[in-house]
Design a protein around this ligand. Structure first.
Ligand SMILES: NC(=O)c1ccc[n+]([C@@H]2O[C@H](COP(=O)([O-])OP(=O)(O)OC[C@H]3O[C@@H](n4cnc5c(N)ncnc54)[C@H](O)[C@@H]3O)[C@@H](O)[C@H]2O)c1
Length: 312
């Protein structure tokens, strides 16, 4: 298939490329390298990489018109400066509109969008069903939610995946790389008193393979194991992995002002509709990630939160 991936140099995009190029798909990556890195993309036949921003609607339209994708995967997103509302709105709202319009104009069969669980804001209970109301309250969450709302008006089938924390090669956000890097450097940590769900990259890739098929119904899907785990549980696994058995216990601090105490997605509609289930459990997923850091190290760490960046 011909697959156009915005933000293809990012964590999810680059894993998709590593997975799909050997399967024989033709892939076009469009990325401004705001958080992605060109060097993670292999120089191989079947992969074209162009630098630019999804905010440039004329360029998006021309590139998609030349490539004529069967599938558009919209993975580009802005989040790295929580105070830069204009960049978040430009990339996550205007950029999403540009991608949808170009996909419609050039006959893509499906647009697959990635959405953050922060669209649900501070849910009253977890796990959060996919039909729970959206109530985002951060620049990233608000702009991503507006982008997803625009996609509901697109004239082509759109599948929007509301994702748990996908954990796999090149993960550079959240508590796992943070604890790994700090504990390895002998630095102290603290744990925010929060609960999150984690999804192994292999489970995410298995779902993405399924979405290339003809029969997947358009719609919005939660993608998660449905299991919540505390940040302290991650700290304990990282400490155990690094064989720091006598380490000082980290303080558990209340969630920051822009944080959410518990985010766990209920994927039962996805399980029932698509027949997809996560195969890896929490501990396997975290340990697989730590083994990857042992081999490749941790690079930059980004956060979409303004407060307490070292806790996640
Ligand atoms: N990784 C997760 O667990 C997770 C969870 C929820 C939602 N998501 C969503 O999945 C998508 C991918 O996330 P990721 O973890 O790979 O993040 P990432 O930062 O690694 O990838 C995003 C990519 O988008 C690129 N980009 C940013 N602004 C752009 C612009 N204006 N034009 C073109 N490219 C631009 C970045 O350079 C980067 O390569 C995002 O839409 C994100 O909101 C990811």
């Amino acid at each position: 298939m011909r697959i156009f991936i915005t933000g293809g140099a990012g964590c999810l995009g680059s894993n998709l490329i590593e997975h799909w190029i050997p399967a024989g798909h033709e892939i076009f990556v469009f990325d401004n390298f705001a958080t992605g890195k060109r060097e993670v993309l292999p120089q191989v036949a079947g992969l074209t990489v162009v630098e630019g921003s999804v905010v440039d609607g004329v360029l998006v339209d021309r590139l998609m018109g030349d490539f004529k994708p069967d599938i558009v995967v919209h993975s580009a997103a802005s989040y790295k400066d929580p105070s830069d509302w204009l960049e978040d709105a430009a990339t996550n709202v205007t950029g999403t509109i540009n991608v949808a319009r170009a996909a419609e104009a050039h006959g893509a069969k499906r647009l697959i969008n990635f959405q953050t669980a922060l669209c649900y804001g501070r849910p009253s209970a977890v796990p959060i069903p996919v039909d729970a109301p959206t109530a985002p309250f951060t620049s990233y969450g608000i702009s991503k939610t507006a982008g997803e709302q625009f996609l509901r008006m697109a004239q082509i089938p759109v599948v929007s995946l509301r994702l748990a924390n996908v954990t796999g090669p090149r993960l550079a956000i959240g508590p796992i790389p943070t604890f790994y890097k700090r504990l390895k450097a002998g630095q102290k940590c603290f744990c925010s008193d929060t609960v999150r769900d984690f999804l192994d990259m292999e489970d995410f890739l298995a779902l993405m393979d399924q979405l290339l098929g003809e029969t997947v119904p358009a719609g919005v899907y939660n993608v998660s194991t449905g299991e919540g785990h505390s940040i302290k549980e991650i700290f304990d696994i990282v400490a155990d992995h690094l064989r720091l058995s006598n380490i000082e216990q980290p303080p558990i601090v209340p969630p920051g002002a822009d944080d959410v105490p518990a985010v766990v997605l209920d994927a039962s509609f996805t399980n029932a509709t698509l027949g997809w289930h996560a195969e890896h459990n929490f501990e396997q997923t975290i340990r697989r990630q730590l083994n990857w850091y042992d081999q490749h190290g941790v690079t930059d760490i980004y956060s979409h939160l303004a407060a307490q960046p070292t806790s996640r």
